[in-house]
Design a protein around this ligand. Sequence first.
Ligand SMILES: NC(=O)C1=CN([C@@H]2O[C@H](COP(=O)(O)OP(=O)(O)OC[C@H]3O[C@@H](n4cnc5c(N)ncnc54)[C@H](OP(=O)(O)O)[C@@H]3O)[C@@H](O)[C@H]2O)C=CC1
Ligand SMILES: N[C@@H](CC=O)C(=O)O
Length: 382
Amino acid sequence: MNIAVMGCGTVGGGVVEIIDNRMGENSGLRVTRILDKIFREGDNRFTSEISDITNDDTIDVVVESMGGIEPAHSFILAALNAGKHIVTSNKAVVSQYMKEFVDAANNNNVGLFLEATAGGGVPWIHNLMRVKRIDNITAFSGIINGTSNFIIDKMEREGSDFNETLKLAQEKGYAEANPSADIDGDDVKAKSMISASIAFNTLCSDEIPTSGIRNLTIEDIEAFKEMGMRVRMITRGKVEGNKYYVTVEPQVCADNTLEANTPGYFNTVSLTGETIGELKFFGAGAGALPTANAIVQDILDCKDGKRPVYDFSRTLEFDETIMDSSYLFRTKAERALPKGAIMIRPGYFEIAGKYPAEAHKIAEGLLVEDPTTFMASLQKTI
Ligand SMILES: NC(=O)C1=CN([C@@H]2O[C@H](COP(=O)(O)OP(=O)(O)OC[C@H]3O[C@@H](n4cnc5c(N)ncnc54)[C@H](OP(=O)(O)O)[C@@H]3O)[C@@H](O)[C@H]2O)C=CC1
Ligand SMILES: N[C@@H](CC=O)C(=O)O
C-alpha cells in the first residue's frame, strides 16, 4: 500500500518514522510522497504540489497531518475525489467539515479514518464505533487534551509556572500550532464534536459552551487540594430521550478518581453504553509516536479492507436542560455573582443547579470585572 503524507511535522514525521524505520519491509506499507513546505535534504519523496499526490495513481492512502483549516480542507477533498483513502489527525478541519468529508468519501467509495483526531494514541474513536455495534451510547466524558493535562499535572506536582510549562509542552510537540486551542478549550471542543457526532449518530452542534484553564493558578490548585479535589480539563456529552448536550470546561474532581490521577500528557476518557456500562480508556493523548501509531493503525485497517461507516441520521435537539451541574467560581467580582452563590472558602463560590451555557455566561460577566476569574464545574455523575 502506497501512502502520501501531507504535513511532515510532529505527527506526520512520526508516521514516516514508524513506517520507514520501525515496521520493517514486510508491513506492506510504503511512504512514497511527502508534501510539506520544507524538504528533507536527499529525500526525493518531498513535494509542495498536491497534484503530485492526486494525479499519482500508485498512491492508495493520503495521511493529512498539516493541521489548520485551509488548505487542509481542499487538499482532503481533492484526495478523496481522486479516489484516495484519507487518514487524518486534524480535528479542527474534521469538526468543521465532517459531513462534507463523509459524503465525498462515500461518493468515491473510499475510507475516511479519524482515529487520531481525538485522544492521540488512545483507541477512542475505534471503540466508540465498536461499542455502537451493540449499544446506544448514552454519555461520554473525560480528558482528551494532553497539553492542558500536562500543564495542570506539572503545576500540581512541582508547582511549575503555567506559561513555562506550556512552553515545555510546545517543545515536546504536544501543543497545537496556536496553543490557545489547548488552554482555552477549542481543541477539546473540536474533539468533542467529532466524538459526539460518532457516539450519538447526529452531526454535533458547534454551540458547545467552552472554557479553559488560562486563568488557573497555583493558589487554585492548592485550594482544591485542601478540599480533597483536583482540577482537570473535561469534556462531557450526554443523550437523554431526544435531547443531547456537550460541554467543555475545567472540572474539579474528587482526588481519588481516575481523571484526577491522570498524569502528564495522558488522556482518560470514558463512554457509557446501555449493556456495557461505563468503559474507560487511558493512554498517551498527544505526541509524535503515539498519534502516529493511531494513524498507522487506521492505515492497517484500510489495508485490511475496513471502511468506517458514519451515520448522522438521528434527530436530536441540542438542549442543556439535561445537564445541570454545580459550578465553582474563583473571582474578586463577588458583587456580580447571581443570587444563590455560596462562598465555600474565601474568594471561591459555588452555584448549584446551573446549566452549562448559563454558567459560562456568568463567568463571562465576572471576567469583565475581574479578568483573573476562574470557573470549573464540580464533578457529579452525569
Ligand atoms: N502534536 C500532537 O500531539 C497531535 C496533533 N494532532 C493534530 O495533527 C495535526 C498536525 O499536528 P502537528 O504534527 O503537531 O503539527 P506540526 O506543525 O508539527 O506539523 C504540521 C506540518 O505540516 C506543514 N504544513 C502546514 N501547512 C502546510 C501547507 N499548506 N503546505 C505544506 N505543508 C504544510 C507544517 O509546515 P510548517 O511548520 O513550515 O508550517 C509542518 O511541517 C494537527 O491537526 C493537530 O491538531 C493530533 C493529535 C496529536
Ligand atoms: N494539542 C493536542 C494534541 C493532540 O490532539 C493535545 O494536547 O491533546
